[in-house]
Design a protein around this ligand. Structure first.
Ligand SMILES: O=c1ccn([C@@H]2O[C@@H]3COP(=O)(O)O[C@H]3[C@H]2O)c(=O)[nH]1
Length: 249
C-alpha cells in the first residue's frame, strides 16, 4: 500500500495548502480518503481524478468535505469526455448521519452515496476497510478507518479526541495516521474532540504501532516542533504530514 498526503491542514488551508485528504493506492484500488479544501488540485498531481475507485469520508466537517462538489463536477465532465464510463458513478462511502448532509452525495451519474455505520465492512479491490467511531463532533458520527491489504494495515484516525476507544482497532498498525491538532502551547485545558501531537505519539506508542504520521496540523506549525513533541513514539519512524509526502508499506 502507498499513502500520499494530499492535504493535512486544519481548520483552513494555508497559502498553497490543503485541508485533509489522503490517497491510498494498492495494485487493485485507488481510494481517496476525505476530500478537504485544495485536495482535488493535489490529487491531479498524482493521477487523473477519473481513475478513482472510491471516496471515503470520515465526517462532514468542512475541512474534510469542502472539495466534494467540485470532484462531482469533475467526474461528470470526464464522463461527458468519455474518460470514465457514464454508468460508473464513483461510490462515496460516508456516515449515514446527519441525513441532511448525505443528500448531495449522489449526483447525477457522477457519484453515488453509500451509508456507513460503525459495523460496516467494505472490500474495494484488494483492500478491506473497517470503521470505529471516534470522540469527535457534537453528536454526529466521525469514523476512523482501518485499511488492510497485502498483509499491511493502515489506520486513519480521522478527527479524534482522547475519549476514542482504540482497543482492537489500531493495535499493531503498520502506519497510524493520527491527528495532532495542537502543540503544547495551544492545547486546550478541556478536551474538545482533538488530540495534541504529544497525545498522538503517546497513543501510537501505547498501541504498538509500527510507524506514525501526525496530521490535521495548523499550517503555521514548524515541522521541527511537531517532530519534537512526538518524542514519545519510539517504536518506528515518525512523519509530520506535508503535502506530497508518500509512505510505502
Ligand atoms: O478549539 C478549537 C476548535 C476548533 N479548532 C479547529 O477548527 C476545526 C473545526 O473542524 P475540525 O473539527 O475538523 O478541526 C478543527 C480544528 O482544526 C481548533 O483548532 N481549536
Amino acid at each position: 500500500m502507498r499513502v500520499t498526503v494530499l492535504g493535512y491542514q486544519s481548520p483552513y488551508p494555508g497559502p498553497g495548502g490543503a485541508t485533509p485528504g489522503y490517497l491510498i493506492e494498492t495494485n487493485e484500488a485507488k481510494l481517496l480518503v476525505d476530500c478537504g479544501s485544495g485536495v482535488l488540485s493535489q490529487l491531479g498531481v498524482h493521477m487523473p481524478i477519473y481513475e478513482l475507485d472510491a471516496l471515503l469520508l470520515s465526517h462532514y466537517h468542512h475541512d474534510h468535505v469542502a472539495d466534494v462538489g467540485v470532484l462531482q463536477y469533475g467526474l461528470m465532465v470526464h464522463q461527458l469526455f468519455g474518460q470514465r464510463p457514464a454508468d460508473k458513478p464513483l461510490p462515496i462511502y460516508a456516515p449515514a448521519l446527519p441525513e441532511q448532509q448525505t443528500k448531495t452525495l449522489t449526483y447525477r451519474d457522477a457519484t453515488r452515496f453509500f451509508p456507513l455505520e460503525e459495523q460496516s465492512q467494505l472490500v474495494i479491490g484488494d483492500v478491506h476497510v473497517s470503521f470505529r467511531r471516534t470522540d469527535h463532533g457534537d453528536g454526529d458520527p466521525c469514523y476512523a478507518m482501518r485499511f488492510v491489504a497485502n498483509g499491511k494495515t493502515i489506520v486513519y484516525g480521522a478527527d479524534s479526541g482522547p475519549g476514542t476507544n482504540w482497543r482492537g482497532f489500531v493495535d499493531g498498525a503498520d502506519l497510524f495516521i493520527c491527528e495532532g491538532t495542537y502543540l503544547d502551547h495551544n492545547r486546550p485545558k478541556t478536551p474538545n474532540g482533538h488530540l495534541s501531537v504529544r497525545q498522538a505519539a503517546e497513543l501510537a506508542q501505547a498501541h504498538d504501532c509500527r510507524s506514525l504520521l501526525v496530521t490535521h496540523l495548523f499550517h503555521g506549525y514548524e515541522e521541527s516542533d511537531v517532530l519534537g513533541q512526538a518524542e514519545a513514539f519510539v517504536a518506528g519512524p515518525v512523519h509530520a504530514a506535508r503535502i506530497g509526502l508518500q509512505i510505502v508499506l
